[in-house]
Design a protein around this ligand. Sequence first.
Ligand code: PLP
Length: 420
Amino acid sequence: MTRFSATLAIDEAVRSRREAGGDVLHLGFGEAGLPVPPGLAEVLAQAHTHNGYGPVAGSTRAREAAAGWFTRRGRSTEPGAILLGPGSKPLLFALLAAIDGDVVLPRPAWVSYAAQAALVGRRVLTVPAPEASGGIPDPDLLEPALRRARAEGGRPGVLVLTVPDNPTGTVAPAEQIRAVLRIADRHGLAVVSDEIYAELAHHGSAPSPLTWLPERTVVTTGLSKSLALGGWRIGFARTPDGQWGRRLHRESTAIASEVWSSPAAPTQVVAAHALDDPPEIVAHVEASRDLHARLAVDVHARLLSAGARCRAPQAGFYLYPDFSPARDALRERGVHTGADLAATLLERHGVATLPGSAFGEPDTALTLRIATSLLYGATTEQRWAALAARDPAELPWIAPALAHLDHALRELTGPRDPHR
Ligand code: PLP
């Protein structure tokens, strides 16, 4: 049976605790937490007359805009290689359904890859990510894992990489990506490169696997994170040049034709506009990236001072602390697993996070995925103010939220109060 997605489940749990009057600091959901970028509401309103279905792969105008967007980022792309969808999640599903073989994932990895692989009847092979980065398997462990899988009757067929990564908030170094792709190439694997956070690399641009294995790499991305438009459901994929890529485009479009028919027509008009990179959108992404970086760095420091280990944030709005250095203090509080840790934080301290086990880690891993983006504010006005602030951590709604987190962390890992 398919379980409800862990990230969506925590969001619903937080909503019902708040409705019951609870004060919850929501660090559990991967929503960008920012307002609709300038100009897009007007474009969407004007597009309300677009009420026909339209082409399955997306309108010509939107596909041209997506191709131009890739081309301006140094990856020359024809509109015919683009497939738009209602978010990148269904596109990932269609691609995993269209590409044969077992699915190879880094561990930890975003929650939905393994669930989608199971839905399309594929086996999953997970390989630990490198210690200091995430989103790719450790190149030293990948080759032996693939050999072992084959010896045991497996058929590794597709490797999913997340660059930059959710849940770790890191950008795998180019050298490591290249090493992983050499192995993928030797083993004839296809590569799905999930680049939905690429515009949100805190410093410089994130390397794309497309650079090293162009003929076997399909890229997925969308506007949910960089433009905070998750609810408008705009995703797009770029299939590679060549025969294999064209076949993959045909097959995934055929799946789309049977599942979602076509992406929503009005939001494709928005996509076409935003993907042309108008200056106000470029400036907005820059401001968002800066805010994400500031708060991720701030919360990272708080996690380290509470005794956790944590990869330094490099992209997006995620942190992936490991509380195993505080194992003894946690044991005293009845915390033995990542799920205990997340449950204690939520139930005793009103802080919502997700345990590493939601991302494929063993139950015993004392890891959490923390999203910092819902700290920006609860209202559109607060979120605009956070984007404009010189020091967002000092804003009167963010500072108390950070103090709430500090308090929870102290209670969790600090010396115990003998009077309690
Ligand atoms: N890939 C990753 C790594 C994500 O974190 C998400 C959203 O959380 C998605 C894909 C799916 O995003 P969407 O379907 O909104 O494009």
